[in-house]
Write a protein that binds this ligand. Sequence first.
Ligand code: IMP
Ligand code: MG
Length: 183
Amino acid sequence: MNFESAKDQLTKVLVTEEQINSRVAELAAEIDKRYEGKDVLLVGVLKGAVMFMADLSRALSISTSMDWMALSSYGSGTVSSGVIRILKDLDAEIHGKDVLIVEDIIDSGLTLSWLETTLKARGAASVEVVAFLRKPDAAKVEVPVWLVGFDIPNEFVVGYGLDYNEKYRSLNCVAVLDPKVYS
Ligand code: IMP
Ligand code: MG
């Protein structure tokens, strides 16, 4: 899906498909450099990080494995509840592994700080974070994020994996959802 096909529900494009592609390549180069010679477990957070994981993992040269977790912090609204539930846990043990969390967006940072603590407690050798997007509020919380794709303003965005009520995940760019859709 592109911006044109949902133009009546979106206000503007924040990140274009071209910008996404070139930034993903830059992030992959950073990751390759840091983990050279290592085996990295990419932990994707479902479902928002699916597109980012697919593109980022294919841009990497290092050896990787993939696992997924599904967490819920939002319900169906547009404001974080702060309550995190595991909807789907990792398939395998992570003890002794170098883990790279692949996240779609950091808003309040609650999901991420919870996830980082949880994976460290399971005995991972290292836990780092690469987030595709970050909103300004993330700065208020103590969340150490190694890599960020784009810093965006405090607006509700959809596309490239990000949804509103499960819609717009397949949009090929990142766009601001018209508030009339959820108000
Ligand atoms: P946090 O715990 O507030 O950082 O929430 C992060 C999660 O909320 C993300 O992984 C997304 O699933 C969701 N989220 C936060 N902001 C947006 C947005 O603008 N659009 C879509 N989903 C969002
Ligand atoms: Mg998410």
